[in-house]
Design a protein around this ligand. Sequence first.
Ligand SMILES: Nc1nc2c(ncn2[C@@H]2O[C@H](COP(=O)(O)OP(=O)(O)OP(=O)(O)O)[C@@H](O)[C@H]2O)c(=O)[nH]1
Ligand SMILES: [Mg+2]
Length: 377
Amino acid sequence: MPDPLPLHDGCPQPRPDWVPEGCASDPAFATWVMQGVRPSGASTVRPPARRRPALSTEDYVRGVLARDPGVLGRAITLVESNAPAHQRQAQEVLAALLPHTGRARRVGLTGIPGAGKSTFIEAFGLRLAEQGHRVAVLAIDPSSAVTGGSILGDKVRMEKLCRHPHAFIRPSPSGGSLGGVTRKTREAILVCEAAGYDVVLVETVGVGQNEVAVRAMVDAFVVFLIAGAGDELQGIKKGVIELADLLVINKADGDNLPRCLAALAEMKRVLHYLRHATEGWQTTVQTASARTGDGVADVWATLGQFFTTGERTGSTARRRREQAVAWMHALIEEHLRAGFYGAEPVQARQAEIENAVANGALAPMAGALALLAAGGR
Ligand SMILES: Nc1nc2c(ncn2[C@@H]2O[C@H](COP(=O)(O)OP(=O)(O)OP(=O)(O)O)[C@@H](O)[C@H]2O)c(=O)[nH]1
Ligand SMILES: [Mg+2]
């Protein structure tokens, strides 16, 4: 404890530097500085933040299989980490969990920002959790580094689901590359399955490529549309509709209901002309409103039919096998690309060769060969 300030002018209070000598006894001088009081037993020194002890691979595996939510969260943090040591341990954990994975219904949900996905998932997830399902929600938003993200909003919008003991909600880390976010989400799905979640919902904002990435990691894909938002905006012309097994015209309530019913009729016509996303399954369209609850149960009923059909025709199992092989090739490509561009001789020549190609001094093919040669290929 520092020495107390000197007493002044007979006053029992300490005299700060800025009080002129002799002033404190002047009745016009009204400021006194009181000595601080320290409550007994309290310390001004903050205790050091407690570091959680590191978990061994066995701790992770045991905790996830025992459905310990704390260990589940940490296991997902481990698979999300880019640190090489964490990645090595993550692969050990995943290898041990693998026999316990694959039993969930994997459902992707997409739609333009504000289409009502999170609000729907809250109502839908709660319904499933109350029926005894264990529901995991993984929210991907690779755009969030730019837009500030909707992750906080999601947590607020899924407030009741967040607190349900049979639900687990995990936003993806913001700002990663799409490839990185995709790997992390795929691995997070496996960890959730090993922890006994039988429904895994992957929410993604429909802003372009990420719909395709999510389609490649789920069994069923739901696209949310809102009446009056414009075809272009909703990716109808970009073929997002062709990825869907189920289209939901959302927010079908109040004044918006007639417009939604008109959109429903229109979309039913459009679907006749489109290629379907899943062999043996006719893509369907329906309306829903999380606000009134209308149509929410119907979405699960349709997904139930989808999965029954998938079991009968073998399309779900086939899709999973294809997804696993495609994922392996994606990992190889990522590895080769990182190895090539990370190599010192490539980095040394890359800017110069790019400039030459940009200026027209070198044809793109000649540039590619030159850079490949620099990388020893
Ligand atoms: N009328 C009506 N409004 C809804 C409904 N569902 C969501 N909303 C409103 O729509 C807005 C956006 O809802 P969100 O659930 O955050 O939409 P989102 O698609 O998850 O949005 P992002 O995650 O930002 O892409 C909120 O203001 C909701 O209150 C609904 O069924 N009816
Ligand atoms: Mg959302």
